[in-house]
Design a protein around this ligand. Structure first.
Ligand code: GDG
Length: 457
């Protein structure tokens, strides 16, 4: 079988460190199966940048190769176009997007430089799988260097409606460059449909069958490949000694009260202020929960170099103070808000001790937290997921309580439903969710993407 080459902004780790996300684990499994190479940014900044030495490592079956960036690359490509332009636009936040020529040029330059450095590492029968919004143009650059291998792309974040994307000044160019990929994968049917609509409406392309675009005599498949988690593995982690210890500590603290859990990187796409307000609304509209239910929000900081992220942190601190000041009691704190991270096993224990998961992003490609929460539950007494309709996960998880995250009243009502749901209903909903999670897991996601890539090329 052909060797797999994965390209993503950050690479690895190849060994499970307990902190890495489930995605890295799925990719390592895929790489181990065929043998392969993982290529990306070292995380380092140097004067030579992408012209510097290749940093190599890895295991017997999987090699890793990374390069540095210059400070200008980092500012323009990573902080600039990727995170100040693409991230907000793709999450429907044109109001937060910065349009800057220099950043756009930096993005093009870094994509080109990564292609130049990857080119000599590619063998003729490799298949190449590129990940996420940092590298929308990588295939176009590789094709310009005569790389004829199958190249696939998976977008982890949403692809917005054409009406939104059209607000990005170079949208048509960018999407045209994406069409150098053979397979373009999205988290949800809706995102795949948005992409095809953009190609048809803005680029005058024609569809063949359901999800194949005809592009100058080539065929490009644009389809949903919803990402999964290692459900069986995650269930085991929720029973590990670390998880049990975390649960014992939480049980002592909760003392018979119920807990709602939220876990998200601090990001405006995650709807955290709206979530805190919805929890406040629960305490207002259903006063029986006062003193009985608390919200625990784990919120590791991310991209703190961006103003929008500093602002949201300030807002969350203010809201926590407001709700706790208004409703707190001698022996009960309504919101426990922590800007730190936990080990994956500890997190699994926290999920297992929580009656409800509150997953209410304003937009999310998929949202793995919703899936991890389900995998961590006890079959005999499972909790309930309250899930935003704007998370990709909603397409695969109709048995969750689906909410509009903008409606505090609606989310509060669903929380109340979740908190008072009968054991029988909780079991029924959970079983359906868990069965699907096991079937559509991380391994099957990677397999189905790679099979498609091998077939279509
Ligand atoms: C992007 C897309 C898509 C969080 N806190 C801790 C911790 N986490 C882990 C979670 C989960 C991951 O981080 C977050 O994944 P999400 O899917 O929720 O969101 P993004 O980071 O925005 O990811 C998203 C995803 O890519 C995959 O394609 O689903 O839509 O935005 O795994 O558990 N992990 C540990 N400690 C923490 O404190 N160990």
């Amino acid at each position: 079988m052909s060797r797999l080459v994965i390209v993503s902004n950050r690479v690895g780790p190849l060994k499970d460190t307990g902190r890495a996300g489930g995605l890295a684990v799925a990719l390592v499994d895929a790489l181990n199966e065929t043998g392969g190479l993982w290529f990306g940014w070292s995380g380092g900044i140097s004067e030579e940048g992408t012209f510097g030495p290749l940093q190599e490592g890895g295991s017997r079956k999987v090699s890793m190769a990374t390069i540095d960036m210059t400070q200008a690359d980092y500012d323009e490509f990573y902080v600039g176009f990727a995170n100040k332009t693409l991230w907000p636009v793709l999450h429907y936040r044109l109001d937060l997007a910065v349009f800057d020529r220099r950043a756009e040029e930096g993005y093009r330059r870094v994509n080109e430089r990564f292609a130049v450095r990857l080119r000599p590492l590619v063998q003729s029968d490799d298949i190449i799988w590129v990940h996420d919004y940092h590298f929308l143009s990588l295939a176009a650059e590789l094709r310009a260097m005569d790389v004829g291998n199958p190249i696939g792309f998976f977008l982890h974040i949403p692809f917005p409606a054409p009406e939104i994307l059209a607000g990005l000044p170079n949208a048509a160019t960018l999407v045209r460059r994406m069409l150098a990929y053979d397979v373009i994968g999205f988290q949800s049917k809706r995102c795949a449909d948005n992409f095809r609509r953009f190609a048809i409406e803005e680029l005058d392309l024609v569809l063949e069958g359901e999800d194949v675009l005809k592009v100058e005599g080539r065929r490009v498949t644009a389809r949903a490949f919803p990402i999964g988690i290692d459900a069986a593995g995650y269930s085991k982690q929720a029973m590990s000694p670390e998880a049990r210890r975390a649960m014992a500590r939480m049980e002592k603290l909760l003392n018979g009260r119920q807990q709602i859990i939220g876990v998200d990187r601090i990001d405006y796409s995650k709807g955290l202020p709206e979530r805190f307000r919805a929890f406040e609304r629960l305490l207002e509209d259903y006063p029986e929960n006062r003193g009985r239910v608390s919200l625990m929000q784990v919120a590791p900081p991310s991209r703190s170099e961006l103003d929008a992220y500093v602002e949201i942190r300030r807002e969350l601190e203010e809201l926590t103070g407001h709700v706790n000041g208004r409703f707190g009691d001698l022996d009960w704190v309504p919101i426990r808000y922590m800007t730190r991270s936990f080990q994956r096993r500890v997190l699994a224990g926290i999920y297992r001790s929580s009656r409800v998961a509150l997953v209410t992003p304003l937009r999310d490609g998929m949202n793995l937290v919703a899936k991890e929460y389900v995998a961590a539950q006890r079959a005999e007494d499972p909790g309930v997921v309250v899930l935003s309709r704007f998370a990709g996960a909603a397409e695969q998880m109709p048995e969750a309580l689906i909410v509009n995250p903008h409606s505090a009243e609606g989310v509060a009502a669903s929380l109340q439903h979740a908190l008072t749901m009968s054991l029988e209903e909780r079991r029924q909903r959970w079983q359906a969710l868990f069965d699907r999670l096991c079937e559509e897991d991380a391994a099957s996601w990677a397999r189905s993407f790679m099979d498609t890539l091998r077939q279509v090329h």
